[in-house]
Design a protein around this ligand. Sequence first.
Ligand code: BG6
Length: 491
Amino acid sequence: MTTVLDKPFDLVLFGGTGDLSLRKLLPSMFRAFMEKEIPSDSRIFVSSRKQEDFDNTVSKIKTAFKKFMLKDEFDEKQFKQFEQCIVPIIVDVADYNKGWQELIPYFEGREEVSRIFYLAIIPSIYGDCCENIDRAGLVSKNSRVVVEKPIGYDQVSAEAINQKIAEHFEEEQIYRIDHYLGKETVQNLLALRFSNSLFEQFWDSKSIDHIQISINEKVGLEGRAGFYDGAGAMRDMVQNHLLQLLGLVAMESPNKMGANNIRNEKIKVLQALRPITGDAVQRYTVRGQYVAGNVDDKLEPGYLEELGSGTSLTETFVAIRANIDNWRWAKVPFYLRTGKRLKRRSAEIVIQFKDVSHNAFGGDAGPLVPNRLIIQLQPEERMQLLLMAKDMTQLKTVLKPVKLDLNFTETSQGFKSFGYKRLLLDAIAGNASLFIHRDEGSAAWHWVDPIIDYWQKNDVVPHLYRAGTWGPAEADELIAKDKREWIDIEA
Ligand code: BG6
């Protein structure tokens, strides 16, 4: 589903001169502009709270583009034209007396124009911001609000935030973003699963041994210590990105690829996740935290040093063995893993198929390696299928694993996907397929909450791991208990 914007729109970026907006949102809009994907008479309102930011909005944006966009991507001439779309505004999102009245005239007579409010602000003021949008009379039938994670820190707080937003916008108007869903390979996953009979036949417990989903990061706190220490990897990555990937891998086929159909199928998966509570938390989860170590030959500080505090039990690594209690996935473990300051940056889904039922070649032909499908989201977007074949370099029948390798980064002729661009254009066009429904977020919290609760109530001390490794040894033990191992797809 490609999004084509044929009508001008009004996009309001609250928190417009903040980090997310300057690094991701505005560059995405500029890319879309350069690729002629947005009508030039569209308007992008960029809000600031401070006078100095407001006065320098355009120059701040330009500096950020030069810094954060790809090498050679910035085009001065195009920027001059793009600038015409930018409308700097000064407003305190949480205080109706500061700037809201001045906003109203901009939208008079434009009720028919799509109006998107993007809340690139802290979630605790989502409710106030929505209330002020409503109070200023800016909610029209063509309005949508886009909200960033984290929405809350558990199911109860998430519900409270959702409830406040819902007082001003209908659920169909609320677009909860998970930037992982904007990655092209994630959408390719749906294409792969639901347009190939080959996979349709083998996508269940009869053929699949287990599934691994990993998001490995090399970065540490990146200046977000305040937020991260209160969240940890479970809330920051598992509750959203990892569970979304799991939902897409495990869901049933919708009868049509509409937003609600896809979301309903994902919700069913999340609701079928076997709860991990009480002592099971010790058995099926691993909590880790990095200490100083070498990443790419550079000595990086430990988590506590980066934090500047002597104590913290916050996890920077999580590994989980999960199960989905339904017919399709009975007895198929899903191993989830994510962490910061790991050896390599990569995100992938590995589908490990079962052994053949009988090895007719015998021992002389060498061991049989079960088929494996690897769906890599980053650093490259590619899919690999590991098959067994005859070694063609000798007459003797010796079998060896070979790879069918589809590298989308190479084959798409320079096409580079930018998750935020995709999602922004979808939100503007009113296509909600790649956004999270309130019930999905809620079901995800419902599953992660008892794990976090157990860790907190029992002061579970994270297992330490050296920066630049694959995490704590306990994560290897978690999967080794099942006689399996984490698959290093580069090995
Ligand atoms: C964000 C998390 O949602 O995703 C960050 O808050 C994390 O902590 C980031 O670094 C990872 O995204 P990506 O696209 O770089 O893998």
